[in-house]
Design a protein around this ligand. Structure first.
Ligand SMILES: [Zn+2]
Ligand SMILES: [Zn+2]
Length: 574
């Protein structure tokens, strides 16, 4: 399964070498030869070729030479040849694999050559040029590729439009049933993906082996294509191909941990088995991808999930439940402490201090909960088609890596999309389920103070509770009857706080190091994922940057973003 156009894959930049299980090695037999080897056996002598008469019959040498110069992207030479070869019907030229000149120019991603060739035919055949061009652009190679397939693979929208103007059928499939979208996914080309969405491609369309565009993107480690495809629909996640493989199986097979993570966070089902009964985790294990295997098999401790200490690699829907659980636990612990530790002993002064401290915690809780962490503008009021149009426009101006397809905005360098808040957040740190909000440029400092206060609170309260419990136990009369229930409740709050104690101090430690090194938790985590050894320097300046300057900068960024949206809107109107 998964036949592939290997001619297209030789220029892939990959983080990790592709590791393919045995059944996938059969694919190679189905593949076309690399395009740059097409006709490489023909040794062309420029002068010898030129000496030919460029008539229809005696033009073989010139045709071969034309193929060669198009392969070499030699634009001025192509122009010279076309000027000289007035009588050659260039649209009839093909090589032994039935690649036309348009195929070759498109494969080389050379728009100028494509335009030259098309204009040449237009000049040559003024009256019936349209029918010739239509036939030419829809001509298929032995493997069923049309020239536009290569343009889609290269993400060259201008070229696709050029072919479209000549009557190209964008829904043509190659011999393996792949359409332009499958090829755009293989080539990791978000521009093509967005264009196909715009013209109404069905993203769930399968090739002859049942693979969707997402299967291909996942298999080839094309992260951008995966992100853009998933930004439009999550209906593709669990589609199986003819061998029962989902995109998660294929990402796990190719060893791309970032794609595996993305798929899991989007809600891919990790328990689906292929026809051989393997889950994605089994495949990762067979290929010795330990990190991926761990990601796919992590089982979360009930308590960790319950207390929202870690979210794990799974889809998390935004809900206030976790925050309410946190609030309930905090109130419970505070209530127990106040009622059983201060009240009975009439230590009113201490009670006032303690209560003031608790109020301070609540004050910071509310600030972090309700604050805008630095979300980038999302055009909620726009309908899907308008958003798609905006996305397409932005893609013409910015690098696809710098755009968030979900928010349809240009990301700032340190921003990141939060899948829970469904928004990009400037200087993204993490999403905190306790406060049901993201932590970013605008509320990082407040969050840091909140964590400090919580750490102190939990530690002090624990000390009080222990003191109370020990006092009860040491009481000569034993635990008095009226105190038994209180004693049990107190023990329960001790358990809750002990569970929080370690994660809280750890969080405080991480946040302190982050502030001093000027990093966010997300940056720190993604750096360790990449095994990067860049040492961050510790300085108070970093601290200032994280607490104040980022906030000021983010306000600037927001303004810019807003202006760029207005610009797009006015462009579209005009
Ligand atoms: Zn976003
Ligand atoms: Zn969030």
């Amino acid at each position: 399964m998964f036949p592939n156009i290997s001619i297209l894959n030789e220029e892939f930049d990959e983080d990790q070498p592709r590791q393919i299980v045995s059944s996938y090695s059969d694919i190679k037999k189905l593949l076309s030869p690399p395009a740059n080897k097409i006709n490489s056996d023909i040794i062309i002598d420029r002068h010898k070729a030129k000496s030919h008469t460029y008539g229809l019959i005696e033009s073989k040498g010139a045709e071969q030479y034309l193929i060669k110069v198009i392969q070499n992207n030699d634009l001025s030479e192509i122009q010279n040849l076309l000027d000289e070869a007035e009588n050659i019907n260039i649209y009839t030229i093909t090589d032994h694999k039935k690649y036309t000149l348009l195929h070759l120019a498109a494969y080389n991603n050379n728009l100028d050559t494509v335009k030259l060739l098309i204009n040449h035919v237009k000049k040559q055949h003024k009256h019936k040029c349209m029918s010739i061009l239509t036939e030419w652009v829809n001509q298929q190679t032995e493997d069923g590729f049309v020239a536009f397939h290569f343009a889609a693979y290269r993400g060259n929208i201008e070229m696709i439009l050029e072919f479209e103007k000549c009557g190209a059928n964008l829904f043509i499939r190659n011999a393996q049933g792949m359409n332009g979208l499958h090829l755009a996914a293989q080539g990791d080309q978000p521009k093509s993906v967005v264009y196909f969405k715009k013209i109404g491609f069905d993203f769930a369309q399968k090739d002859s082996k049942g693979g969707t565009a997402l299967h291909w993107a996942a298999y080839y480690g094309c992260e951008l294509a995966v992100n853009y495809l998933l930004s439009f629909t999550d209906q593709l996640l669990d589609i199986k191909d003819a061998e029962g493989l989902t995109a998660l199986h294929l990402a796990s097979m190719s060893g791309n941990s970032r794609i595996v993570k993305k798929l899991l966070l989007q809600g891919a089902n990790r328990n689906i088995k292929n026809k051989e009964g393997q889950t994605a985790a089994d495949i990762a294990q067979a290929n010795s991808f330990k990190a991926i295997h761990k990601m796919l098999t992590e089982s979360q401790n009930f308590l960790i999930t319950y207390f929202s200490i870690s979210q794990g690699f799974q889809k998390v829907n935004r809900s206030k439940d976790k925050m309410f659980k946190f609030i309930a636990m905090l109130i419970y612990c505070q209530g127990i402490t106040i009622y059983y530790n201060f009240y009975p002993f009439e230590s009113y002064q201490n009670l006032i201090y303690y209560s003031a401290f608790q109020l301070l915690i609540w004050f910071f809780f509310i600030i972090v909960w309700l604050s805008d962490p630095g979300k980038q503008i999302k055009k909620q009021d726009k309908i899907e088609q308008e958003l798609l149009k905006s996305l397409y426009e932005i893609l013409q101006r910015y690098d696809a890596k710098d755009i968030c397809p979900e928010c349809v905005c240009v990301k700032s360098p340190r921003s990141k999309h939060c899948d829970i808040c469904q928004s990009c957040v400037l200087v993204y740190d993490h999403h905190c389920p306790w406060v049901d909000n993201c932590i970013g440029s605008n509320n990082l400092f407040q969050f840091y103070i909140f964590v400090w206060l919580l750490c102190l609170d939990v530690t002090l309260t624990l000390a009080f509770q222990f003191y109370f419990v020990i006092k009860q136990i040491q009481n000569d009369k034993g635990i008095e009857n009226e105190f038994i229930i209180l004693f049990i409740l107190s023990l329960f709050s001790i358990i809750i706080m002990l569970l929080f104690l370690f994660p809280l101090w750890f969080l405080l430690y991480i946040q302190t190091i982050n502030l001093l090194t000027g990093q966010t938790t997300y940056e720190k985590y993604s750096q360790s994922m990449k095994n990067s050894n860049t040492q961050s320097t510790v300085s108070c300046r970093n601290c200032l940057q994280m607490c104040c300057y980022n906030k000021i900068n983010s306000q600037e960024k927001k303004k810019q973003n807003h202006q760029s949206f207005q610009l797009f809107d006015s462009n579209q109107k005009s």
